[in-house]
Design a protein around this ligand. Structure first.
Ligand code: ATP
Length: 246
């Protein structure tokens, strides 16, 4: 379970301080597929970067299975990071390395044994249905195939949560559907909590059981996707759903 309490983050902008996150509170349970939606600049990426500890918040707590990851020392932090897999819009693969090597990479960093890595790479490539391309390089793959590799890599250390930043925004409609189906399948089979930041409402509708709407660094609406989407209460949600003009 991921629980965030009173999280705030400010940046030094050109014209003074920018509040990117303002007293964020949320609980995400094991097995949830949580969509985080909001207009451009609302704070979505900053939130994800704080959860993955790529960004240090100014205040607040992020509990993963009861432990506040913001209070961990360097070594504990490295371990905690392995509990979270991250999937990016542009895949972020090592272009000079094969598919198998890309997936093996986080396990090598974690110091796993070579034979174990080889076995796990094979399992993961089968899971994401790209085992026939183990020796290919990313440049030889389509966008959807690259994202499958990125998902396999993100799952390498058996994370409890998969955090996806616009995972399908660079893909066409059919490939988007396939990648979303894969994420849903992973969630079902491994009970991995999935957090998806997206501007694609159709993606949220397709796989997220819950959704939170962020605006100017604050959550303005949150709940079951079916409830929020059928009966949105905040103007921003209505705007995002195309019910109101911007
Ligand atoms: N490193 C930074 N320095 C200064 N300001 C920043 C920095 N990162 C983010 N911000 C500001 O924080 C606010 C939230 O940005 P963030 O990238 O989290 O929004 P977002 O919802 O992900 O937007 P988008 O959908 O356009 O990617 C914005 O006003 C942004 O300009």
């Amino acid at each position: 379970m991921i629980k965030i309490d009173n999280l705030s983050k400010r940046f030094n902008g050109k014209n003074g301080k920018v509040t990117a996150l303002n007293d964020i509170n949320i609980e995400m349970y094991d097995g949830d597929i949580f969509g985080i939606i909001g207009m451009s600049g609302a704070g979505k990426s900053t939130l994800l970067r704080c959860i993955t500890l790529l960004e240090r918040p100014d205040s607040g707590s992020i509990f993963i299975d009861g432990n506040d990851i913001l209070t961990l020392n360097h070594q504990e932090l490295r371990k905690a990071r392995r509990k979270m897999g991250v999937v990016f819009q542009h895949y972020n693969l090592l272009m000079q390395e094969t598919v198998a090597k890309n997936v093996a990479f986080p396990m090598e960093i974690a110091g796993m044994e070579k034979s174990q890595i080889k076995k796990r790479v094979q399992e993961l490539l089968i899971l994401v249905n790209i085992d026939d391309k183990a020796d290919f390089y990313p440049t030889q793959l389509s966008g959807g195939q690259r994202q499958r590799v990125a998902i396999a890599r993100a799952l390498a250390t058996n994370p409890e949560a998969l955090l996806c930043d616009e995972p399908t925004s660079a893909l066409d409609a059919l490939t988007t559907k396939q990648v979303l189906n894969l994420l849903k399948e992973i969630n079902k089979r491994l009970n991995t909590t999935i957090i998806i930041i997206t501007h694609e409402m159709s993606a949220v509708k397709a796989i997220c059981n819950k959704v939170a709407v962020i605006n100017e660094g604050r959550f303005v609406e949150m709940g079951l996707t079916k409830d929020v989407f059928t009966n949105p209460s905040h103007d921003v949600t209505k705007m995002l759903l195309g019910m109101e003009d911007i």
